[in-house]
Design a protein around this ligand. Sequence first.
Ligand SMILES: Cc1ncc(COP(=O)(O)O)c(C=O)c1O
Length: 385
Amino acid sequence: MNPDARPATLSVHAGERRPGPEGSVVFPIYQGTVYSVEPGTDYHDIKYIRLNSTPSQEYLHDKLAALEGAEAAVATSSGMAALTSTLHALLRTGDHLLVGDCLYGGTHDVLSQHAERLGWSYTEVDPQRPDTWAAATTPRTKAFLVETITNPLVRVPRLPEVAAFARQEGLISVVDNTFASPVNCRPLSFGFDLCFHSATKYLNGHSDIVAGCVVGGTALVERVRRTLGLYGGSLDPHAGFLLARGLKTLALRIRAHNHNAMALARFLDEHPKVATVNYPGLPGHPDHAHAAELLAGFGGMLSLRLAGGVDAAQALLEALRIPYSGPSLGGVETLVTRPVLTSHSGMAPRDRQLMGITDDLVRVSVGVEDAEDLVDDFDQALSRV
Ligand SMILES: Cc1ncc(COP(=O)(O)O)c(C=O)c1O
């Protein structure tokens, strides 16, 4: 497959074996854990599911790498396994990390609850303010971690500047690309060393598996793969099959998410009961100008606050008929949630306040339904709050 093919062509064809085993157009599930070993095989080349080296896993890795324009990829049993295996692969006791100051709640919790006991330290920096990063960097700083679009305030960091700063300081740049997906953003093209996903979300797209992946250069991904093999967070081939199937419609789905979220954001932005809409596609969003340069589409995630505060926010969730009220994101169905009760509930209230995640914030993962139906549904729900 031509690596420069466009996203929909890559989604369908990247990584596919031609011909496939037994001529199959759909790559089968190799569910076995055991494969015979040729004499002299290196331990790391043995085929075993936990070592991420079985045929179904290698097929999936090729597909994921091609979608992100990476040399290599490894699939993981969750987005959190992707994050933690990356951190364990990169950091030793005493090392320090620079992190964006608005991260997914689980990422924030790993750092705030586990970094100290592992002997890692970290400093939160504003990923919009390159002028502040040097002062936060120490001789023990090893990596710089950000997200392409932050959760739930959908800010877009200065991504090329993060990658360039990391390169200049000898740090490994790592980015969580879950919210954007490789259809809207390919961070390795900005110079990032490693990119990871909760593949539970857009990559799979159907809210029916938990998975993750790490992509990047061969040497770094191999470090992550070996760490993952020891810690045991590998993806089962059956879930990998569902992920590969989901990936085939990734570009189609992302186009629909982009379209629908833009339509809903515009509608909400004009609505008198809505106080704030956070969506990088709106000209009033603080990152709109650079987001328009960095992203091929603004994504399916938005968040909002109502003039009526917490009670109105809760009433909105209950009045909507199409969306499900629930956490997670990136599936075909629209989901609404209040991050204070779900994704960011583990965070100390003070930390949430500092990040701007107020109790009345509503996050919407805009699905692939018809945009007009979603707008009509929000319209009727807002008339009842
Ligand atoms: C941006 C982001 N990164 C990572 C994760 C963790 O992913 P998982 O639930 O697949 O472990 C999530 C989950 O919501 C997320 O939203």
